[in-house]
Structures are given as structure tokens and as C-alpha cells.
Design a protein around this ligand. Structure first.
Ligand code: SF4
Length: 278
């Protein structure tokens, strides 16, 4: 069986940067080191980090010496609280997410009512919202916005599809007099989706590798299923059952932004092993 791996599979720039920062902090051994929430949505990477002594925490405890902020960023008041407590910080917020926070703040200061396109429950969006002012709203699509206001600023969760942004802008310009849009969508997500779509259309089966709790991995799996190809969302190579590839000629592998290279390689190796048995 031929096995094709998407070039964009695995860690994006922001995740690689954050994971490297966390492992470096562990090496330096600066007291009790913690990440504020899991640094990325991948249980296997979290496990490896905990083995080096870096553990995720949900609260800012007294006994932490060094706290690492994850790629999604954190709300402004939480940031200030950490500083007040005098805890050392490593800010691994992805620079693209930081930009979205800065733009939200700029819009608020410029008198715009900020609309954030994204998932209101996602930590990245909660962080951006904290910079956007009291009258800011989060919408998941254009249909959710009823009265946008007259002077409107738009920022976007980095993983949103551009089509959704286009629909939102079209909706807002119907009534608003002034609209300022910061397209804060990260290219990495769009490129990964495009490549996955192409790959899924030319193979018999797709393996989407990544945390079951990772939004962007779920998005990839959803896309493959929509195309109509047999799709398996797996976290590790051990989950692959031999019957899934029986009689097939071509398999594709893609992976979410929080999936490390070593897991992708293990998936490829297992597929190679299993396919030689059939
Ligand atoms: S997907 Fe883009 S915005 Fe999100 S962490 Fe990766 S590089 Fe940063």
C-alpha cells in the first residue's frame, strides 16, 4: 500500500516554539515549572513534558516558581494577576494570537465595537475578548449578529475558515457605517486544510492524527469525512486496526498542529507493517 503524508502535517510554527520553550525551561530546572493549562492539545506531548517535571495547572498556586503561558494566550486580568504574584513567566503565546489581542485592543481604543469571529468557549477567544472592551461580542457565524452597530471592528480566531469571515463582513456592511477588519486567520491552518482536501481526494483511506480534544484536528477529520473518504481520527499508531486497510491501495496521513513528528512516523511505520501482512 502506498502511504502519503501531507507536508503540512504536524506542529505549526507557534506550537513548535511553545513546546521548545517548555522543554528548555525543564532542562534549566528553575524550581517548580508549570504550564497554565495543557500547553497544547496533545496528551502524549503533555505526558512527555510531565516526565521532565513540567506539569499543567489550572490555578495559579503559591508553589509555582515559573509559569509557561500556552500558545492560545490568556485573558488580560489573569496575566496581571500572575505578575502581581511575582511568579516568573515564559510567555509562549503564539505571536499570531498576540497580534489578534493587540488588534482587539487597538479597535477598542479607536472607538470601534469589536466583533470577534470564533468559538466563545475557546481559550484563545477568551483571551482576545479580554482586550476588546465591554461591548465586544463573540459570534460563531454571520447569522448570529443581529445589530452590529455603526462603527465596527472585526478580529478573527486564528483557526477560522476565511469563508466565514467573508460572510460576516458582508453581513456587517449592510448596516454599519464604518468597518475595520483585521484578518487574523493564520495561514498555517488554511494551508493544512487545503492540502488535506487534496490528499483526501486521491487516497482510499485517511488517517487524521492528533488529540481527540484538538479542535483543528477534529476540523481536519470532518473535512475528510465530508469529501467521502473513509477517515479515522487517531491519537496513536496502536489504535489502527488491520481490517481498516485490508485490500486498499493508497492511504493518506495528515495531522493537527499539535501532533509531534514522532507520532506521525509511528503511524506511518505501523501502516507499512500492517500492509505487508495483506
Ligand atoms: S495555528 Fe497559527 S496561530 Fe495557531 S499556534 Fe499555530 S502558528 Fe500560531
Amino acid at each position: 500500500m502506498e502511504i502519503l503524508i501531507a507536508e503540512t502535517a504536524g506542529f505549526c510554527f507557534g506550537v513548535k516554539r511553545a513546546v521548545d520553550m517548555a522543554f528548555k525551561a525543564a532542562e534549566k530546572g528553575r524550581g517548580r515549572v508549570a504550564t497554565f493549562g495543557p500547553i497544547i492539545h496533545n496528551p502524549q506531548v503533555i505526558q512527555r513534558l510531565s516526565e521532565t517535571g513540567v506539569v499543567p495547572v489550572e490555578e495559579i498556586g503559591e508553589d509555582i516558581d515559573l509559569l509557561i503561558i500556552r500558545t492560545h494566550g490568556i485573558p488580560r486580568d489573569t496575566f496581571l494577576k500572575i505578575q502581581q504574584r511575582g511568579i516568573d513567566l515564559i510567555d509562549a503565546t503564539c505571536p499570531f494570537v498576540k497580534k489578534a489581542q493587540e488588534y482587539a485592543k487597538l479597535l477598542k481604543e479607536g472607538g470601534y465595537r469589536v466583533i470577534i469571529l470564533g468559538d466563545s468557549g475557546h481559550p484563545e477567544v477568551k483571551g482576545i475578548l479580554s482586550y476588546a472592551g465591554e461591548d465586544a461580542v463573540v459570534v460563531k457565524d454571520a447569522a448570529e449578529i443581529k445589530r452590529p452597530g455603526r462603527k465596527v471592528g472585526i478580529v478573527v480566531q486564528t483557526t477560522q475558515p476565511v469563508e466565514r469571515l467573508k460572510e460576516l463582513v458582508s453581513r456587517v456592511v449592510e448596516t454599519a457605517k464604518e468597518v475595520k477588519v483585521y484578518n487574523t486567520i493564520c495561514n498555517s491552518t488554511a494551508m493544512r486544510l487545503r492540502e488535506t482536501e487534496e490528499l483526501a481526494s486521491e487516497v482510499d483511506v485517511m488517517f487524521v492524527v492528533g488529540g481527540k480534544n484538538s479542535a483543528n484536528t477534529k476540523q481536519l477529520a470532518h473535512l475528510c469525512k465530508r469529501i467521502g473518504v473513509n477517515t479515522y481520527h487517531i491519537e496513536t499508531a496502536e489504535e489502527i486496526r488491520p481490517e481498516w486497510i485490508k485490500g486498499l491501495k493508497k492511504a493518506g496521513i495528515t495531522a493537527g498542529a499539535s501532533t509531534p513528528d514522532w507520532i506521525i512516523s509511528e503511524v506511518k511505520e505501523r501502516l507499512e507493517q500492517l500492509s505487508t501482512n495483506y
